[in-house]
Design a protein around this ligand. Structure first.
Ligand code: MN
Length: 327
């Protein structure tokens, strides 16, 4: 399929590069480093070769979210966003941008989101899970009350918010002890991000701000497969839910969430996501440079779905969600 648009597509700046070390063996690091720094070279060649018209670019992970000092986090976010805006300005027909945000301080995050959306023309924000603020052990999740003014601004700006994975910190990851192979994209990323998304759904955030649009990668971090059970376990026991939100968790999943195919190139999984959330809320992505554009595109272009759904997932859903057509 030609004209595909991807929205989980990363780059790095020197300040954040080393956050991506350790996710591939040492002998692959020079290649990953080159891929992260490149925007207009090999990346564009691969896009041309595999029918990708556009990437909405975002900073690597955990990057800003792991910078404990809020002032420093704000400084690095601004530096990354300024650099990204310059790169997008060179080829706005091929690249658009997500803002990195210093979520350590909700007021700073609000100011940077407003600057990125209004002054730099960005399409939304991509945040790498919880933020560590003031102490490495202080992990902040965005259902917490101090973030609700931030979400009010996100809704007002109609800015899609991509909740991207990061690993849990060591003291919160005892379950993986002795099994470091489970960290990262193998398992821990999905677990961490799915729980964060469920916290948002259960908090009542989407009752207060029903216009919020949250995007999850990796075909929904396992949530489509589990969503029915979240609401229906022990259904013979008639009790009111223990969470603050007013409706079933699945209602928020169906109305406030969008999913991408990043790093999860499996037709069986796509079909499950389509049956749970619908093809209007699934969007093509690769997770470049951690996954290959050809692996994503070769799979997607031939996956056993209707051509109408392929066009929606590959292109038109992204055009609608990010308002890429009417200008
Ligand atoms: Mn990613």
């Amino acid at each position: 399929m030609q004209g595909k648009i991807g929205l989980e597509e990363h780059f790095a700046i020197p300040d954040t590069l080393m956050d991506s070390a350790g996710f591939v063996p040492d002998d692959h690091w020079p290649e990953l480093e080159a891929r992260l720094f490149d925007i207009h070279g090999k990346r564009l060649e691969l896009m041309d070769k595999h029918g990708m018209e556009m990437m909405i670019l975002s900073l690597n992970a955990p990057a800003v979210q792991a910078i404990v000092d809020p002032v420093k986090a704000n400084e690095i976010a601004r530096r990354a966003n300024d650099y990204l805006a310059e790169q997008v300005a060179k080829r706005p027909d091929r690249f658009q941008a997500f803002a990195a945000l210093p979520m350590q301080d909700p007021d700073m995050a609000i100011r940077e989101l407003e600057r990125c959306m209004k002054d730099l023309g960005m399409r939304g924000a991509l945040v790498n899970g919880f933020s560590q603020a003031n102490s490495p052990e202080n992990c902040l999740y965005y259902d917490m009350p101090q973030y609700w003014p931030f979400w009010e601004v996100v809704q007002k700006l109609d800015a899609p918010f991509y909740l991207h994975p990061r690993n849990p910190i060591a003291s919160w990851a005892q379950i993986y002890e002795g099994h470091s192979w489970l960290m990262g994209p193998t398992w821990a990323f999905g677990q961490e991000t799915a729980v964060h998304a469920l916290r948002l759904m259960g908090s009542g955030l989407f009752d207060a701000y029903p216009g919020l649009k949250v995007v999850l990668g990796h075909m929904g971090e396992g949530l489509p497969f589990s969503m029915w059970r979240v609401d229906n376990r022990n259904a013979w026991v008639k009790t009111t839910p223990k969470y603050k939100a007013k409706r079933r968790i699945a209602d928020y999943f169906h109305e406030n969430f969008w999913l991408t195919t990043s790093g999860n190139f499996r037709t069986q999984t796509l079909i499950d996501a389509m049956l749970e959330i619908g093809s209007d809320r699934i969007l093509f992505s690769t997770d470049w440079p951690f996954e290959n554009v050809d692996h994503a595109a070769d799979w997607f272009d031939t996956a056993s779905i209707s051509e109408a759904d392929r066009v929606k997932i590959g292109r038109t859903n992204a055009q609608k969600l990010f308002k890429l057509t009417n200008e």
